[in-house]
Design a protein around this ligand. Structure first.
Ligand SMILES: C[S@@+](CC[C@H](N)C(=O)[O-])C[C@H]1O[C@@H](n2cnc3c(N)ncnc32)[C@H](O)[C@@H]1O
Length: 369
């Protein structure tokens, strides 16, 4: 086992929940706002990291130290495997203001010079290394300097978010329908991880199939249904494309179904979906103008949960419901959530995912009967 640091995505609570659900037997050794630390087996690698949607980078910890020792310890580590030629590297700091990079990088440059090594850091304008820059390190290492209280943890980056693959999955798939709304692949991965299941997952509002695709890439067998046959055809095209472009091992079953009707006679271990979000909201409205949409969505999801209750489904149910930004603040589907709890479903998780400027965000919940 080794200690790893995870640099969390833009919704840190969701990122932490993802790690806790994917690695349920492991504990966070420390928890800061930007990163967490946990012990994982030594074969943790980029391939496993690619299944995590809420993490930006992972680093393997090689030292715990104080501010005075930082430069010499980083220099020792970077030189340990260095043969000859120019030493390329990058540094990123977390839990500590980025402006500290200036003294670290200039201090290291001086240290290398004293040790007779010519070096070049990849940081631009004394800013952290972005995931895109990480790729350009040309064999050089990126070191994370993470501060927690008065301790500093040093880690070598072993995996970073594969932004090219995410953008291929998001933008290159053949069927995209902006009107229906599309789940970002990273959020789909987070939601799948939040189920804590490694079995078959049913998405009853599958739309163009983002969740289905991500589930397949993560090795799940996936079941997807949607009320709209045209959209379902799009999901099938997307899955065919995925099979050609990526290494997909899981099985998939896509069919038309109204989620408010009886649960289909299929076997699944978890339910996971981003539901119907209502019509697109073009501008910030007063709360009262959303009354009809709220009523429609409340009924839709209430009926869906009622069908799960009738089927006595006991597995995890991870859902992304819409929440709306209105002139008076934010509105959630609270009446529906309350009704579902009265049916006997326990709410295990309650988190939000939204950009600052979005009128409709996602309210991520996990229920279980
Ligand atoms: C926001 S979209 C889901 C998008 C999907 N997560 C994706 O990324 O492509 C919601 C979907 O719910 C479907 N839908 C609406 N009412 C439904 C119902 N009663 N039963 C099943 N699907 C329904 C719509 O046809 C739409 O495709």
């Amino acid at each position: 086992m080794s200690t790893y640091i995870f640099i969390l995505g833009k919704e840190p609570e969701l990122s932490k929940a993802e790690l806790a659900a994917r690695y349920p037997t492991l504990k966070f050794l420390s928890e800061a706002s930007e990163f967490v630390m946990m012990k994982l087996s030594d074969d943790f690698n980029q391939q496993e990291f690619n299944h995590l949607g809420g993490q930006i980078k992972a680093g393997k910890v090689f030292a715990k130290t104080n501010k005075k020792e930082l430069i010499s310890l980083i220099a020792d580590y970077l030189l340990a495997d260095h043969d000859s030629g120019k030493l390329n590297y990058g540094l990123s700091v977390h839990g500590w203001p980025e402006k500290n990079l200036r003294f670290l990088l200039l201090g290291l440059k001086k240290e290398f010079k004293t040790r007779g090594v010519s070096s070049r850091f990849a940081n631009q304008a004394f800013k952290n290394i972005s995931t895109a820059q990480h790729k350009g390190l040309a064999g050089g290492l990126e070191i994370l300097v993470c501060k927690e209280l008065s301790d500093f943890y040093l880690a070598e980056v072993v995996a970073v978010q594969d932004i090219d693959s995410y953008s291929k999955r998001d933008y290159k798939k053949p069927f995209r329908d902006m009107k229906v709304g599309m789940l970002p692949p990273k959020l789909a991965q987070i939601m799948i991880n939040l189920t804590g299941s490694d079995g078959v997952i049913w998405d009853p509002f599958c739309g163009g199939g983002t969740l289905i695709m991500e589930g397949l890439l993560m090795g799940h067998d996936m079941i997807g249904s949607d009320i709209n046959e045209k959209i379902l055809k799009g999901a099938k095209q997307n899955v065919e494309w995925l099979k050609k472009e990526f290494d997909v091992k899981g099985k998939v079953d896509l069919f038309a179904h109204d989620a408010t009707r009886m649960v289909p006679d299929k076997s699944f271990d978890a339910v996971c979906f981003e539901g119907y979000l209502g019509p697109p909201q073009g501008q910030l409205k007063p709360k009262k103008e959303l009354a009809d949409v709220l009523g429609e969505l409340t009924k839709l999801y209430y009926l869906f949960f009622d069908s799960l209750k009738t089927a006595d489904f006991k597995g995890p149910i991870v859902i992304g419901l819409p929440f709306f930004r209105v002139k008076e603040g934010e509105i959630f589907l609270n009446e529906m959530i309350h009704g579902v709890r009265l049916m006997g479903f326990k709410k295990e998780l309650d988190l939000k995912y939204a950009r600052q400027d979005q009128l409709v965000g996602r309210h991520i919940l996990r229920f279980r009967l």
